[in-house]
Design a protein around this ligand. Structure first.
Ligand SMILES: Cc1ncc(COP(=O)(O)O)c(C=O)c1O
Length: 388
């Protein structure tokens, strides 16, 4: 019997599981008569800040706006440089461009797949104003080293936490290390809304005040624009839904890690490279991304077995048509350039059934046994390309 393909993500499954509480959130908002920036938004801001142990949270329209508004609030001006990574969702770089700033790319570390802080000093110019590390796939970036470089050079740090809700570094939640942090609650994220939603988190009351004004025309009081702001408001329905789902975030992250552990165990007998386990960090496992030397054949094998796979991302940002050749100040990015060609994402979401996890693990083992003879080495494809 033909089995239904196992999807890469299934945000509908989570909504169906908590349909009752979703409906109660919907009813609450419907009858409240207030649909944007009301009590639900305020409550969610308090609850998300409390979860992270951060003093301030400001709900905004989406994760890209959260980054752009945080960058504006920390003082980045048009024409100034912001160092980030090219191995990220294009949104990180789009946000920098949105405020007229210039992205500069640091290479990544091949194990963490996050910003390699040793490259930062060589990229800093008199025009550099901020650093945006991305906690890629849910893996915390090395914030201690990044903050040390930033402080030494008087730079601001805005963490891109769009893929890392609940990830920790030394027991501390990501999003609480930098001057500010940006979260996305896009429906497939570890904490996902029913549409677009985002938030800025910060320890700094002045910065929080600026973001609050920037998200709504520069208003502190209605109709008085104290700064040139925008419209990036969080709506009540998204906030109410996020409030219903937040109590399940830790449990869902634990389930994601369990799925990841099953895949990693299966990969041990293959030459496929699992995400590294980095000491002192707790991965949010937003995406389970492995490395494979023979990607097209591996994808065909899995897809043929009814397992959907993904590529996050098909290109690094500096190779995207809109950005190619237009990134000023970047040096060579050998790890970034090598990595994206080998990445394959496997289904990893909390509602994935036990039998699907077992089936995917079994299929990985099968790939391993069929290819062991052909691939007599176990070096990371990334390392291999860079060494050559
Ligand atoms: C790393 C990263 N940064 C930023 C964003 C932007 O979030 P949003 O889609 O909510 O604008 C995303 C979401 O896709 C992301 O994955």
């Amino acid at each position: 019997m033909q089995r239904e393909p196992i999807p890469l993500a299934d945000p509908g499954a989570q909504m169906r599981l908590c349909e009752e509480s979703m409906r109660s959130a919907f009813d609450r908002v419907l009858t409240s008569g207030r649909y944007i920036l009301g009590d639900e938004v305020q409550a969610f801001e308090r609850e998300w800040a409390a979860y992270l142990r951060a003093p301030y949270c400001i709900g905004v329209g989406n994760g890209t706006d959260a980054l752009a508004l945080a960058l504006l609030a920390v003082g980045v001006k048009a024409g100034e440089e912001v160092i980030t990574v090219s191995h990220t969702a294009v949104a990180t770089v789009a946000a920098i461009g949105q405020i007229g700033a210039i992205p500069v790319f640091a290479d990544i570390d091949s194990r963490s797949r996050c910003m390699d802080p040793t490259h930062l000093p060589g990229l800093i110019s008199k025009n550099t104003r901020a650093i945006v590390p991305v906690h890629m796939y849910g893996q915390p970036a090395p914030m201690g080293q990044i903050m040390a470089v930033a402080r030494e050079h008087g730079l601001k740090v805005v963490e891109d936490c769009a893929q890392a809700h609940g990830a920790t570094l030394g027991g501390q939640a990501v999003g609480t290390f930098g001057d500010a942090a940006a979260f996305s609650f896009y429906p497939t994220k570890n904490l996902g809304a029913l549409g677009d939603a985002g938030a800025v988190v910060t320890n700094d009351p002045t910065l929080a005040d600026s973001v609050r004004m920037l998200r709504e025309y520069g208003w502190r009081e209605r109709y008085v624009s104290r700064m040139v702001g925008r419209n990036s408001r969080l709506d009540e329905l998204q906030a109410a839904i996020l409030r219903e789902k937040l109590p399940f975030l830790d449990r869902n992250n634990t389930r994601r890690r369990l799925i990841a552990a099953a895949y990693t165990q299966a990969l041990r007998t293959t030459t496929l490279v699992a995400p590294a386990q980095i000491e002192g960090t707790e991965h949010a496992m937003h995406l389970y991304v492995l490395e494979c030397t023979d990607r097209p054949a591996f994808e065909r094998f899995l897809n043929g077995a009814g397992i959907t796979t993904g590529r996050h991302y098909p290109f690094a940002v500096h190779q995207q048509p809109a950005y190619a050749g237009r990134i000023r100040g970047s040096r060579a990015l050998p790890i970034t350039d090598a990595l994206y060609r080998h990445l394959v994402t496997l289904p990893c979401f909390p509602e994935l059934r036990d039998e699907d996890i077992a089936y995917i693990s079994e299929t990985l083992l099968q790939w391993g046994s069929q290819n062991r003879a052909k691939q007599g080495h176990a070096i990371s494809p990334t390392a291999e390309r860079v060494i050559r």
